[in-house]
Design a protein around this ligand. Sequence first.
Ligand SMILES: NC(=O)C1=CN([C@@H]2O[C@H](COP(=O)(O)OP(=O)(O)OC[C@H]3O[C@@H](n4cnc5c(N)ncnc54)[C@H](O)[C@@H]3O)[C@@H](O)[C@H]2O)[C@@H](O)CC1
Ligand SMILES: [K+]
Length: 505
Amino acid sequence: MKIFTAAQIHELDNYTIEHEPVKSIDLMERAAKALTRAIMDEWTDRTPVVVFAGPGNNGGDALAVARMLAENHYQVSVYLFNIHDKLSEDCAANKERLVYAKKVSHFTEITLNFDPPELTPETLVVDGLFGSGINKPLSGGFASLVRYINQSPAKVVSIDMPSGLMCEDNTYNVRQNIIRADLTLTLQQKKLSMMLTDCQQYLGRLRVLDIRLSPDYIRDTEVSCRIQEETDLIPCVRHRGDFVHKGTMGHALIIAGSYGMSGAAILATRACLRSGAGKVTVHTPKRNYGIMQVAVPEAVLQMDREETYFSDSVESQDYDALAIGPGLGQSENSAIALIGQIRRTQCPIVVDADGLNMLANHQAWMQQLPLGIIMTPHPKEFDRLVGVTSSSDYERLTKARQLAEHLQGYVLLKGHYSALCKPDGHIVFNSTGNSGMATAGSGDVLTGIIAGLLARGYDQATACQLGMYLHGLAGDLAVRDLGKESLIASDIINYLPKAFLRLED
Ligand SMILES: NC(=O)C1=CN([C@@H]2O[C@H](COP(=O)(O)OP(=O)(O)OC[C@H]3O[C@@H](n4cnc5c(N)ncnc54)[C@H](O)[C@@H]3O)[C@@H](O)[C@H]2O)[C@@H](O)CC1
Ligand SMILES: [K+]
């Protein structure tokens, strides 16, 4: 799914009106029908409904929904906020239709003072104050109303967007003046802010309603952000020929684990083996020998000369991919070995965890990273890497995009929806995964998967996209059997085969 900017959403609306063609009031009627159906799916006609409508087209949608719910025997009270005595054309037309239909039990148009109605636990609030047309944080009376709704025990369904939330950048928004919905019914496409972790609290459950906006515009319009889906990835999946042998299926090198952190090496290695690489070699401190032999007998072990930490770079010409960082520790010796390793490695590299932390501690090295490098930071690691704490996920994403462009590499920012920032400035959001995967070692598994896919011959972009998809899908399949609370990183590895099978079938 493409993610359009607020300006593109507006264009899409107009393009549909002009080219379908359809009158804008009829398009609003179509949207309202879809919204009403979605509301009726969840709440019966015994639910008292309070509709708050703003002066723009979001309010127009809300007034049309109010009329339709009333026609379907819901008890509906409507409050239309027209404080500047200026409604959008379609909002005004829907006000007329609502008044003419005489079906709602209560209609007030607020021009000055407003006495808020009582909102009980049984009430359903339809939030149609503002949608994609909002251009600054809510303030004054609207802010008070939002806080009143948020503090009430009522359930809230937001039309298109929780009112007050911007489509993209909410860094400077006033957080308490944004509606916290139980359900958001967004029209046609998800908006960028809906993909960001710090905006999830406003959305509640999110449903996308198809209102048949122009498929031509959607297909032909260039975007810089998109959400990847299974259908995008299936054509990328490589199938094994019948006559291959382990030597042609790729050889991955994993440099991971320090004393006390051998688990990270084990997880990354097992995930790598499960991702199709023909051979996996693990370079790890001597003291990990016994545990590694037992835990991953399929891997080749290469012991560092040091007992407890990674101390020196190794020859890498025999490998097709390198993953470095999980559980590596951050000693100064390891840091020097890390940059030495990165400098001498010719194959694709993925750097994670302590590998990233050590780069963060030596900012000058950031300029020495090879083109095409892959980094897989979680938000804290990313902030350390760029040397600033971001105050919003939008800001962090913007910086990750800039870093990917600057390095001509790949920054895979892990989160609720992981985001892959590519060298050309494009961002791909992942759509699989769940909160059960927020558990120690989950990131090591992702690193191992990406290394396995790189060794197997996928290019960097595909290895990252497919890797994050499979990682999330394995987690989703695991959760079905095991639940979120008990899920551990090893379970993700155990369900990787099923995730691969699903994409291959
Ligand atoms: N995207 C689409 O294709 C469709 C959109 N529709 C609806 O139209 C909405 C967009 O409508 P509009 O562009 O009219 O925008 P909105 O209805 O979101 O808001 C616009 C109005 O709010 C005012 N405003 C903006 N920020 C404000 C603030 N901080 N405080 C007070 N007032 C503020 C503007 O001056 C304007 O009057 C969508 O969210 C959706 O609900 C639907 O009618 C059908 C199709
Ligand atoms: K809204």
